[in-house]
Design a protein around this ligand. Structure first.
Ligand SMILES: [Zn+2]
Ligand SMILES: [Zn+2]
Length: 245
């Protein structure tokens, strides 16, 4: 299966719109874009790069940890409320941080992840996304992109990977321990080696189960969206960062 990378790198291309759901309807019609947006943005907040699995390891949908962000706020232009290209997927932390701050600030403009590549505006430095220009700095402040809670979630993913991958890499040791046990004539020594093999087998299974919760496609990824015809695929940049488990 495909899991997230140890750290999500800022995409090197803008996120390309592939979904085109119908836009007519009532006041809250934009909520019907949700399945489209989850796939469109690879289940990842395009501002801070936190993934649904970072927010909740089993599933996050239905727990109000992600939202639909209006680039031009509803309070600034009601007419854009149900315009799909004005909507982006976002984590609740980024959504709450920005609130209704205007797209055009006093000295800079908010960056839109569908029109500019995050990788040309931000540099990843450990769990910190460092802005590389004034617009990126305005965006970083508005969405509080380096909120300590987001950094904690990123550190947690790195910790899990750093704890578990070495165990998986040493899985061959289990067979070697069993082989060694077979060669022993002393019963006690044989038992010790087999116990060690069993402990390592259980630890490895536990590591795999834990890493699987970082699936790049959540277990509750929608199987259909509001578009007539579209492939439900991850954005190319996010998909290219996946690790095989
Ligand atoms: Zn769609
Ligand atoms: Zn975010």
């Amino acid at each position: 299966m495909q899991i997230l990378p140890r750290q999500t790198q800022p995409p090197t291309t803008p996120i390309r719109r592939r979904h085109h759901p119908k836009e007519n309807g009532g006041k809250g019609n934009y909520r019907k874009f949700r399945a489209c947006l989850r796939w469109e943005f690879g289940f990842t907040c395009p501002f801070c790069l936190v993934h649904e699995a970072d927010l909740a390891r089993v599933f996050s949908e239905g727990t109000a940890q992600t939202a639909i962000e209006h680039i031009v706020p509803q309070s600034a232009d009601e007419g854009l409320r149900n315009t799909y290209t004005n909507c982006v997927y976002i984590c609740r932390f980024c959504n709450t941080a920005r609130s209704n701050l205007p797209v055009i600030g006093q000295q800079a403009t908010l960056l839109n992840p569908t029109s500019t590549a995050w990788g040309t505006n931000f540099e990843l430095d450990n769990e910190q996304l460092k802005p590389l220009n004034e617009d990126a700095a305005y965006t970083e402040q508005s969405y509080d992109i380096n909120d300590p809670r987001k950094k904690l979630l990123k550190r947690e993913r790195m910790r899990v990977y750093d704890d578990h991958f070495p165990l998986i890499d040493k899985a061959d040791d289990i067979l070697e321990l069993i082989d060694l046990a077979r060669q022993q004539t002393d019963i006690e020594a044989k038992k010790l080696l087999l116990d060690a093999a069993e402990s390592q087998r259980l630890a490895t299974l536990h590591a795999i189960a834990d890493l699987k919760t970082y699936s790049i496609k959540p277990c509750d990824a929608p199987t259909k969206c509001s578009c007539d015809k579209v492939e439900l695929e991850l954005p190319e940049d996010i998909a290219s960062q996946a690790l095989s488990l």
